[in-house]
Each structure stands twice: as structure tokens, then as C-alpha cells.
Design a protein around this ligand. Structure first.
Ligand SMILES: N[C@@H](CCC(=O)N[C@@H](CS)C(=O)NCC(=O)O)C(=O)O
Length: 208
């Protein structure tokens, strides 16, 4: 039985979605963010030294980092359905987006979140951060001009990984000018597995 160490309003929601898509049995250990700091409780450090979510435990395997978890689940349980065939152009797109989500897309969103807390003191940094957000959202929007999913015409695990920065952008009202990204989230959020994951994970509200 897979155990997911799940923090409310966090990246671990997409792990629940992936598990539902794969039809796997899993248990959730819930953690609540501190209401003032938004930090995870210290008990998460008993599972993994970083004290961040998601972390999964699957028998002997304890794994952190959502991209790694999604890749692990696709490889171990996806029966070849959640990754493009190796050596295809789609496999390269898949690789890029799987890493891009945390490696590039999250950076300006997190900077905006933290610098926003500085109030006037952070104001000089905001134009640069907003410029980077426009740069990244435009790139992602362009990638979906002629296809429904990031690696091509079929949903793959990289779409699960990409859902979080886009939902974070949606939560702060930034997606209004990017119809392909809004359409992507509509397709994601309409999936029965996504809805089941929301029911199991509890309240999920990002930004705003
Ligand atoms: N790159 C990591 C980021 C993990 C991470 O920062 N998780 C956040 C939740 S979205 C967290 O645990 N925050 C609580 C804290 O830092 O105390 C991943 O994708 O898993």
C-alpha cells in the first residue's frame, strides 16, 4: 500500500491525482500548514529530512520531490500508458516539461509570492518578476496552441506535473490572458480521477 504524506493546499495534490489515474490503492497521512507561516509541521521531518510535501512511501521506497514521484509511479505502475514511447519527439517534449515545471515555471511564481509579502520594500523587484511570469506563461500557452497536452495529443505524466504551476497561476488570477492554459486546466479538472483526488485530499486552494 502506498502512503502519501500530504500537505493541504500543496504540490502533493497532483500526486493524489496521479494515483487516482493509475487506479492504485493508497493511504493519505494528512498534514496542515501553519495558519500564519504556511509552513509544514515539524512532524514531516520524521518522514524526510527536508520536511516538505509530497513524500511517498511504497514498501521499501521513500521518495520526495514531486517530479521524481510522478516519474516513479509512471514507470512502476503506468503500464507504458503515462509516458511517450522512448525515442519519439513526444518523449523529448515529455522530458522537458516534466523538469520544466519545478525547474523553471515555479521560480517566478514563488518569487512573486515571497516578494509580495515585503510590501513597498519589494516593489522594485516586481517588474522583473512580472516580466518573467509573462515570459513563462507565454511559452507554456504557445506550446498548447495545436495540441491538448504538453507532450502531444495524449495525456502523460508530465501533464500531471505541469498542473501545479498552472493552478498556482490560476489561483492568483494570472491565467486570464492565456486561453490555451485555461483550456488545459479545464480538461484536467474535468477528469474523474482529478475529482476523486480532490475529494480524498481535502480543501485545495492556491493563491488569492
Ligand atoms: N520541488 C519540491 C518542492 C516541495 C515543496 O516545497 N513543498 C511545499 C508544498 S507545495 C512544502 O512542503 N512547503 C511547506 C514548508 O516548506 O514547510 C517538489 O516538487 O516536491
Amino acid at each position: 500500500m502506498i502512503i502519501v504524506h500530504h500537505l493541504n493546499n500543496s504540490r502533493s495534490q497532483r500526486i493524489l491525482w496521479m494515483l487516482e489515474e493509475l487506479g492504485l490503492d493508497y493511504e493519505i497521512t494528512h498534514y496542515q500548514r501553519d495558519k500564519e507561516t504556511s509552513l509544514a509541521p515539524d512532524t514531516l521531518k520524521e518522514i524526510h529530512p527536508l520536511g516538505k510535501s509530497p513524500v511517498i512511501v511504497d514498501g521499501e521506497v521513500t521518495l520526495a520531490e514531486s517530479g521524481a514521484i510522478i516519474e516513479y509511479l509512471a514507470d512502476a505502475y503506468g503500464a507504458g500508458m503515462w509516458k511517450p514511447k522512448a525515442g519519439t519527439p513526444e518523449a523529448l517534449r515529455y522530458l522537458e516539461w516534466l523538469h520544466y515545471s519545478e525547474g523553471s515555471a515555479m521560480m517566478p511564481l514563488l518569487l512573486g509570492l515571497y516578494v509580495g509579502r515585503l510590501g513597498d520594500a519589494g516593489a522594485p523587484l516586481l517588474p522583473r518578476i512580472m516580466g518573467e511570469m509573462t515570459n513563462h506563461f507565454s511559452y507554456m500557452n504557445g506550446a498548447l496552441a495545436d495540441q491538448d497536452w504538453f507532450a502531444g495529443d495524449a495525456i502523460t505524466a508530465c501533464d500531471v506535473q505541469m498542473s501545479f504551476p498552472l493552478e498556482a497561476g490560476q489561483g492568483t488570477g494570472l491565467l486570464a490572458e492565456y486561453p490555451n492554459l485555461a483550456g488545459f486546466l479545464e480538461r484536467v479538472q474535468a477528469r474523474p480521477a482529478y475529482k476523486r483526488a480532490l475529494k480524498r485530499g481535502g480543501p485545495y486552494k492556491l493563491g488569492g
